[in-house]
Design a protein around this ligand. Structure first.
Ligand code: 86X
Length: 504
């Protein structure tokens, strides 16, 4: 097939090779590769306003799969769904000063209706703490009203000035935000961990992306929280960390501002303990970055809306009807077994063209059935994630074989991503080792004195040369800290092991 002419100097070949391929290679021009793949795979379309993207069905289907899992899990925890308006009163937004000041630059406002100025300006929700807690006080009177555990699936708007990136940093995104209030502090800590575990499962079990659970440093703790937990993912190609999702223990910071008081069991006046937690469509971007390759998207079977694409390969003059019929039967068999299979019956496209299209979209398995295969009573199966091609007997065991393969692919994608993650983590002890590891684009695990000033100092020192380095998290799973271990940056006694790196 003739390739499309693309103006891209040395990278021209790749596109011609695959007929529908990408102009950029992941290993060579990562940012351009990412921008190209999200559009070519039909996850997004660019919009007329910078930083906003149209989510196409392929992206929404992934989102809906994650949503179905998380929604059913939080319902088991007795969290209830609700919906609050998109618009926030200025006075509500500014009630918690710490919370507002850090973010005020990113708030988008509605100031007019038609031609007339609005008397009170309305913000588009950047997050709903201040919207929701203004009403929590109405609903919480006594200990019997607690715990109050609410979640909403919605959009949020943050009009950031920096470089937008589809899914990773966009001016509007989809997320869930959970907000809860408890009578006791212990309940809040426990919930923050329980939700974090669900976030780990979203990444590791569904998206096949390994994450590290930990606590954010003081610098990155949400202003309204007493601590912030995170699941951190790593992008090996860029050596950057990325916050995957977070749970905040808000303590009584918002409760005191919003007067969230209640009468406890003894009849005394008490104040609630709160959490807030969320994950967003960023999950999709991380998955693209971790698993994608030079042929496009690679989707883990669990979130792929099409898991198996079946392509008839009729040869000229051969019995094409039988080939089509066998393809249809195969699709039906797979669908009956709850495998998401589809038939590509377009007769105006070549096999090569179809194959590269489904590869671009990341479909985990491709089954090709041709006239020869009918005679041999087999089908040809190609795995997207590693390109492996094999013949499988077209008998009653086919469905089981395909199921097994999909499970193996899911596990294998995780294992490969985990090995790559492990390879990009460097344990260091000294400043020199730290600088060396950064030049190699590593994520660094280092002993740290837990002093905010030291983190800010490291950030400043690294800013010009290699892009500001910061703490990604202090992992829950702490390696042993030998007595006398010193902080790599300050030389003071180390208090914990901490991950450092560049970050999205
Ligand atoms: C922080 C905190 C928290 C519930 C989550 O991380 C998960 C879901 N909320 C979000 N945050 C803001 O509060 C915020 C506020 C304003 Cl005004 C803003 F413009 C940007 C913000 N970004 C983050």
């Amino acid at each position: 097939m003739a390739g499309t002419e693309v103006e891209n100097g040395g990278n021209k070949e790749l596109k011609e090779e695959t007929s529908l391929g990408l102009t950029y290679r992941k290993a060579e021009n990562f940012d351009e590769w990412y921008s190209e793949v999200v559009v070519s795979a039909e996850l997004i379309e660019h919009y007329d306003i910078s930083g906003l993207y149209i989510l196409r069905p392929l992206a929404v289907e992934i989102w809906e799969t994650l949503q179905a899992f998380f929604d059913s899990e939080i319902k088991k925890m007795k969290v209830e769904n609700c919906y609050f308006p998109t618009f926030v009163l200025e006075s509500h937004l500014k009630k918690e000063e710490d919370h507002y000041n850090g973010f005020s630059q990113e708030v988008a406002w509605v100031t007019k209706s038609g031609k007339s100025d609005l008397e009170t300006h309305l913000a588009l929700r950047p997050s709903s703490e201040t919207i929701m807690y203004s009403y929590f006080s109405k609903w919480i009177r006594g200990h019997r009203d607690l715990p109050l555990k609410l979640n909403q699936w919605c959009n949020a708007v943050r009009w950031a000035v920096g470089d937008p990136t589809p899914f990773i940093r966009s001016r509007e995104f989809l997320w869930q935000e959970g907000h809860s209030a408890f009578a006791t502090e212990d309940e809040a800590h426990a919930e923050a961990l329980e939700i974090l575990e669900l976030y780990r499962r979203i990444y590791e079990e569904y998206l096949a992306v390994p994450v590290i659970k930990g606590t954010k440093s003081e610098v990155d703790t949400f202003g309204g929280a007493i601590y912030t937990n995170t699941v951190e993912a790593f992008i090996p190609n860029t050596g950057c960390g990325i916050q995957g999702a977070t749970t905040h223990c808000l303590g009584q910071k918002f409760a005191s501002k919003f007067e969230l008081n209640f009468e406890d069991k003894k009849g005394d006046k008490a104040m609630v303990w709160q959490n807030s937690w969320g994950y967003s469509t960023r999950t999709i971007g991380v998955t693209v970055m971790v698993h994608g390759d030079d042929k496009g998207l690679v989707l883990p079977p669990k979130v792929a809306s099409t898991q198996v694409i079946v392509i008839p390969v009729p040869y000229k003059d051969a019995d094409t009807q039988e080939v089509y019929d066998t393809c249809k039967t195969t699709v039906n068999m797979l669908c009956e077994a709850k495998i998401r299979a589809e038939l590509d019956s377009r007769d105006y496209l070549s096999l090569e063209r179809k194959s590269s299209e489904w590869e671009m979209k990341g479909v985990p398995l491709r089954i090709e059935i041709g006239s020869n295969d009918l005679a041999d009573e087999q089908v040809c199966v190609v795995q997207r994630h590693n390109g492996a091609k094999m013949g499988i007997a077209a008998n009653a065991d086919l469905v089981e074989e395909i199921k097994k393969m999909l499970n193996n692919i899911q596990q294998n994608m995780f294992d490969v991503a985990k090995r790559k993650q492990d390879e990009c983590i460097q344990v260091i002890q000294t400043w020199d080792e730290f600088v060396e590891a950064l030049h190699q684009r590593k994520i660094i695990l280092a002993p740290w004195c837990d002093d905010k000033v030291v983190e800010l100092d490291v950030k400043e020192k690294t800013e010009n040369e290699m892009g500001a380095v910061k703490i990604l998290c202090s992992p829950f799973d702490q390696p042993k800290l030998l007595e006398g271990t010193k902080c790599f940056a300050s030389g003071k006694p180390a208090k914990k092991w901490t991950y450092w790196g560049r970050s999205y």
